[in-house]
Design a protein around this ligand. Structure first.
Ligand code: MN
Length: 315
């Protein structure tokens, strides 16, 4: 019998007890119970599904909802505590840093400390900071440092901007609160963030910067042709497609669909797609079960389930 391929998942969330006091993920109690756990329950549910390794990251809203004076010292405590959790199970966990983005220079320093001293694999940033998208030049010190350290930045959704909720979603929020989150709001917000990164020119200044998007690239691979076509008149040297395919990696977090995966493979190639679950917002078992029926050869399956993550994160 063939051995099961190693499964590495890298959009797997937890909640820091101190960050919790600054904002709620807005999740059901059974999800919060799992976010709170970095030991027995989490490991049991990984084992039951056959998830070998999680790269841990803080749940939304994380430190993006915290002001600079509070967030800078808090980030050090948060990342130190996460490091302790990784040290308890170093064969099962690695980590992405939480960054106090309200002070971008301090966030860059914390990224360097987390990678250099704690062995973290990069950082995750959620949504916006004080209503500002993270392509804004004020945040570029973070990307300069990420490039220097050769670690990726994972751009993760959070709730849409309040004015967007007001204009686009409010009629349906009460009956269908998911519209703001995984059903649509997260996707639009984060896809917009991805497009803005390309338009900002940050990749001209930091040509080795690596960005990860979850949820099959937040729809961008599906739209790659049309976005590139729509911007062909105003993007001179490289097309949107060229820049996206050079700087972005995507994960399967919370999106276990063969047609969506095949579209992503056809647009950006298997080497840039990494398996993830989005635990505990998505369950491990359906994600792991999906991997058993993937329409892929063994070599591509290995890349998706562990090889691409090993390369990108230097695991
Ligand atoms: Mn997530």
């Amino acid at each position: 019998m063939a051995t099961k391929p190693t499964i590495i998942a890298l959009e797997e969330h937890y909640l820091d007890p101190e960050v919790k006091q600054h904002g709620s993920p807005g999740a059901a109690p059974e999800i919060v119970r799992r976010l709170d756990d970095l030991d027995a329950l989490r490991l049991r549910e990984m084992d039951e599904a056959g998830i070998d390794f999680q790269v841990l990251s803080h749940s939304i809203p994380g430190l993006q909802g915290v002001d600079a004076a509070t967030g800078v010292p808090l980030a050090r405590r948060v990342n130190d505590r996460l490091h302790e959790a990784v040290q308890r199970h170093p064969d099962r966990f690695a980590a992405f840093a939480a960054l106090p983005t309200a002070d971008p220079r301090a966030a860059a320093d914390e990224l360097e400390r987390a990678v250099g001293r704690l062995g973290f694999k990069g950082a995750m940033i959620n949504g916006m900071t004080a209503g500002v998208f993270h392509d804004d030049e004020r945040f570029w010190p973070i990307y300069e440092r990420a490039q220097a350290l050769d670690v990726p930045i994972y751009i993760h959704p959070a709730l849409p901007h309040p004015t967007v909720i007001e204009a686009y979603y409010k009629d349906y929020v009460q009956k269908h609160p998911g519209i703001l989150r995984a059903a649509w709001g997260f996707t639009v917000e984060t896809a917009t963030q991805g497009i803005r990164f390309v338009l900002s020119g940050v990749f001209d200044v930091y040509p080795a910067l690596k960005i990860i998007l979850g949820h099959m690239g937040e729809g961008l691979p599906f739209y790659l042709w049309r976005i590139s076509h729509g911007l062909r008149g105003t993007m001179s040297e490289k097309s949107f497609r060229d820049i996206f395919c050079e700087h972005f990696w995507i994960t399967t977090s919370g999106f276990f669909s063969d047609p969506a995966l095949l579209c992503c493979m056809m647009e950006i190639g298997i080497d840039r797609i990494l398996f993830s679950v989005d635990y505990p917002f998505a369950e491990n078992l359906p994600g792991a079960e999906w991997t058993k029926t993937l329409p892929l050869g063994n070599e591509d399956k290995e890349k998706l389930l562990n090889g691409n993550a090993r390369r990108l994160l230097k695991l």
